[in-house]
Design a protein around this ligand. Structure first.
Ligand SMILES: Cc1cc2nc3c(=O)[nH]c(=O)nc-3n(C[C@H](O)[C@H](O)[C@H](O)COP(=O)(O)OP(=O)(O)OC[C@H]3O[C@@H](n4cnc5c(N)ncnc54)[C@H](O)[C@@H]3O)c2cc1C
Length: 400
């Protein structure tokens, strides 16, 4: 492996840094820093369009479809810098998920209809995979699509559908056959969320926010021309999409930024003995341990990218990034909560917006810490649970 950065890579890093410094609007940076989950749809779109106009919105796409032509290492540098600059996370459902499915397996008509809106940020998507009882065992899904003339008629329910309330379209896995293996009776449909018969209901998370939804389908007519690829071959496209979902999951830049914030807080919090929390060797050792894990994760990330750059594909090893990235994120959130002590407890959602006029209890650097802690408890569940990722590593990496 050659994971050292070349002179060109270092120059590229400077170019990205300089761009981010001038291009990111201050209100977006501040909201994203304060409480990433409270960045509004409008702010997400504003930031999306800035990157789109720069030509940097889809680094992972082939150049012919609007990609940047960057090397794997440049993409990694870009991800790290964007996270370290505190930029909001773009909606992944179009750019990282259905976009690659469309340009790889879609018809010319489907590409022409959908790719421009995904790139420009004018059309938002959501992911309709999970159902009640079908999460880890996704292939058991039951939402039914039956052909009737030129349409499918869809009936069933999706759950945990992130941002469905903001989305215009949903890509959904539906059952088109109950014969044979369960994986062989699934199709992949693109569904306009304004079609009659679709109902979205909010699920409020334990942090009090609305990101998740249930989506109900009652006799929803979807043109057969909205199916990706062949009928009953949807599992192939679904797995291809999940492979892309796992790239960029390590979140190294974001966690590095959080370590800085924790150290800043610990330098100001009392240790109860006349010094600061940062003087406490046990607390320092704890942060140093997490930091060492983060460095190891960063190297693993680069190793996997170098493998990809050398002509290999990112396979089940990406599960390692997902497990470690999510666990480091949770460890850091817990350390931050403990650093804040009692000031982590007051929880007023109103104070999570930059334009709040509510008085804040405790130091400003404590705003948003509790909400991140509560929300990111789910990071070891979404994108495939960590237990299931460990199964993948055991079977497909270690051959157990
Ligand atoms: C915040 C959040 C956002 C989400 N967003 C979306 C979205 O946008 N679209 C979408 O389609 N889905 C989404 N999901 C759903 C997510 O993909 C599922 O929750 C996840 O795959 C787990 O499925 P489940 O909830 O049905 O749990 P289950 O599969 O029932 O798992 C329950 C427990 O059993 C364990 N388990 C299950 N099978 C095994 C096994 N074989 N070996 C070892 N342990 C096992 C799991 O690890 C878990 O601890 C989201 C979930 C969350 C929490």
């Amino acid at each position: 492996m050659d994971a050292a950065y070349s002179a060109e890579d270092l120059a590229f890093r400077e170019e990205v840094r300089a761009f981010l410094k001038t291009a990111m609007p201050e209100h977006i940076r501040r909201q994203s820093q304060l409480a990433p989950s409270y960045v509004s749809k409008e702010m997400t779109r504003e930031w999306h369009k800035i990157l789109y106009n720069k030509g940097w919105i889809a680094p992972n796409w082939p150049q012919e479809y609007g990609g940047t032509g960057w090397t794997a290492v440049q993409k990694h540098i870009f991800d790290e810098e964007v996270q370290a600059a505190g930029a909001p996370r773009l909606s992944p459902f179009g750019l990282l998920m259905v976009g690659p499915v469309l340009y790889t397996f879609g018809t010319e008509e489907q590409k022409a209809q959908h790719l421009p809106g995904i790139l420009s940020g004018d059309v938002f998507w959501c992911q309709g995979y999970s159902e009640p009882g079908s999460g880890s065992d996704l292939a058991s899904l039951k939402t039914r699509a039956v052909q009737d003339g030129d349409d499918y008629v869809v009936n069933g329910q999706k759950i945990w559908t992130s941002h469905a309330h903001h989305a215009d379209w949903i890509f959904a896995l539906v059952r088109t056959s109950t014969e044979g293996k369960k994986q062989e009776g699934i199709s992949f449909l693109l569904i306009d969320l304004n079609t009659p018969g679709i109902e979205r209901r909010a699920i409020i998370s334990m942090d009090g926010g609305h990101y998740l939804n249930e989506v109900f389908f009652t006799d929803v007519r979807v043109p057969i021309s909205n199916r990706i690829g062949e009928e009953n071959k949807g599992w192939t496209y679904a797995k291809f999409l999940l492979g892309n979902e796992r790239t960029g999951v390590a979140g190294v830049g974001k966690s590095a930024k959080k370590i800085e914030a924790i150290i800043n807080a610990a330098r100001q919090e009392s240790d109860g003995k006349g010094g600061t929390l940062w003087d406490d060797p046990a607390f320092r050792a704890r942060i140093a341990t997490i930091n060492a894990k983060l460095s190891a994760l960063s190297m693993s990330n680069l190793r996997i990218l170098a493998q990809e750059a050398g002509g290999g594909t990112v396979g089940p090893e990406a599960s390692l990034l997902k497990i470690n990235g999510s666990e480091i994120e949770q460890d850091l959130n817990e350390a931050f909560m403990e650093a804040l002590g009692n000031y982590a407890q007051p929880y007023d959602l109103e104070t999570l917006r930059i334009d709040t006029n509510t008085d804040i209890v405790g130091p400003d650097y404590g705003r948003g810490v509790m909400t991140e802690h509560l929300l990111r408890r789910a990071s070891t569940i979404y994108g495939g649970t960590n237990e299931v990722q460990r199964d993948i590593i055991a079977k497909r990496v270690l051959g157990l």
